[in-house]
Design a protein around this ligand. Structure first.
Ligand SMILES: Cc1cc2nc3c(=O)[nH]c(=O)nc-3n(C[C@H](O)[C@H](O)[C@H](O)COP(=O)(O)O)c2cc1C
Ligand SMILES: O=C(O)C(=O)c1ccccc1
Length: 421
């Protein structure tokens, strides 16, 4: 039965070898607060004794369909949608299906510890919240709700440049001491770029994630068919609209006159690709680690390492950019082989379950990021919804790790998998 994990804020029954017992009502009832991630399972079963059910499904692969009921059609299409025919979006999931865990038995009792270190930040599990923009289309509390939920479990959030709340508001909701990173959509105005970076640094964002694959939006039929684009309505523009360098270029404030502000921002952050030789500019203006997000080719990974970047996110943006692109999971092994000893390799695109997390780690990722699953949680119930998704994912991860015969992320390697079936 479920064994308490040794995650921070954990637990539990304490003794290294003891099981809390998923159905052991008495044990669990006496356990101190702050159970290991796996104990969410106990909580759910125990609540059932009082006829209380989880707020919504614990099967995170089903959330897309149930989120539809909570969102207007434009917002649902935006979150769930993908580029073109959706081939890459489907390929992301299919790639996970082609790898299977090979569980090991009788490995002895022992405390599980999901924690890991990512770019100098100790985190309780190898899971982070991917940058997801325009969260107010999903729930009015948007990024504030996400920040509070992330803080409750201690896993890092990455705030998008396209946030619906300002950097400072999100930092306040997130709270002091919680790990937070900032994602940059690199504006083609240097003053605005530097000003946004300064604000992020001052607000306690430690690591910069520069997204490379979305310098312009892809052909997205779900959005096109509904003519749905939040930014041209001034949604997801809280960061530039509150920025002094951005506002300095406007005759009237965005609050007084929306259209000129939109017309200034849209071409500033979309439509212009940057180049490798511009990376020193970011290094000059950001004194923490820098991670490049959206790398799929080993040569680009090598270039990132040559440019002294600290990390990369192997990602195809959840299938939202290049339709027909390689599944992100298939891009991971050759990239780890090329640069795994030179920079930290993170992964996203298609992670839905604990088993998916383990597969990405076994193939060499230091941590994964999840996007749509927590966005769907936000749609179901704001902060509580995100929390339910995170607790479910982390409990599933903890239990699946243990049942596969491992105690920590470091135990995983390609040997933990059978691949290609
Ligand atoms: C609604 C939505 C908005 C997103 N906004 C951003 C963004 O602002 N910046 C960014 O780098 N990635 C953005 N992404 C991509 C995610 O960071 C991540 O790469 C992707 O969601 C991972 O795939 P998954 O949804 O299958 O987990 C967005 C994804 C979604 C679904
Ligand atoms: O929709 C996206 O995938 C995305 O990355 C994005 C781009 C610009 C603003 C908000 C989100």
């Amino acid at each position: 039965m479920s064994e308490a994990s040794g995650t921070p804020g954990a637990d539990a029954a304490g003794a290294e070898t003891e099981s809390t017992g998923a159905t052991g009502a008495a044990d669990a009832a006496e356990a101190p607060p702050g159970p290991g991630f796996g104990n969410y399972q106990n909580d759910i079963y125990l609540n059932g004794l009082d006829d209380r059910l989880p707020p919504f499904t614990t099967d995170l692969t089903l959330l897309g369909s149930s989120a539809r009921e909570h969102l207007d059609p434009g917002a649902f299409g935006y979150v769930a949608g993908a580029a073109g025919s959706g081939a890459t979006h489907r390929a992301n999931r299919a790639a996970f299906e082609r790898h299977r865990l090979v569980p090991r038995m009788l490995r002895g009792p022992g405390r599980r510890d999901l924690s890991t270190t990512v770019l100098g930040t100790r985190i309780p599990a190898p899971v982070m919240l991917a940058p997801v923009g325009v969260q107010s289309i999903i729930h009015p509390d948007g990024e504030l709700a996400t920040a509070r939920a992330a803080a409750s479990v201690g896993i890092p959030m990455v705030l998008s440049t396209a946030s619906s709340h300002t950097i400072e508001q999100v930092a306040e909701a997130h709270g002091a001491g919680n790990p937070r990173w900032f994602q940059l959509y690199w504006p083609n105005d240097d003053d605005v770029c530097v000003s946004i970076l300064d604000r992020a640094r001052k607000a306690g964002f430690t690591t910069l994630v520069v997204t490379l694959d979305t310098w312009t939006l892809a052909w997205r039929p779900q959005d096109l068919d509904q003519s749905y684009l939040p930014f041209i309505r001034g949604i997801g523009t809280a960061i530039p609209f509150s920025d002094p360098a951005f506002r300095a270029g406007l005759e009237k404030s965005p609050e007084d006159e929306l259209i000129p502000a939109v017309l200034r921002w849209v071409p500033m952050f979309t439509g212009t690709d940057h180049s490798w030789d511009q990376l020193p500019f970011l290094r000059e203006h950001w004194d923490g680690p820098i991670v490049l997000k959206g790398v799929l080719h080993p040569d680009d990974a090598r270039r990132a390492a040559d440019a002294s970047m600290d990390g990369i996110v192997v990602s195809n943006h959840g299938g939202r950019q290049v339709d027909g692109a390689i599944a992100a999971l298939d891009a991971l092994p050759p990239i780890v082989e090329a640069v795994g000893d030179r920079l930290e390799v993170l992964f996203d695109s298609g992670v839905r379950t604990g088993s998916d997390v383990l597969k990405a780690l076994a193939l060499g990722a230091r941590s994964v990021l999840v996007g749509r699953p927590f966005a769907y949680g936000l749609a179901h119930g704001g902060e509580e919804g995100v929390l339910h998704v995170l607790r479910s994912l982390l409990a599933d991860l903890d239990l699946t790790l243990g049942l596969s015969g491992h105690r920590s992320p470091a135990d995983l390697s390609p040997d933990s998998l059978q691949s290609g079936t």
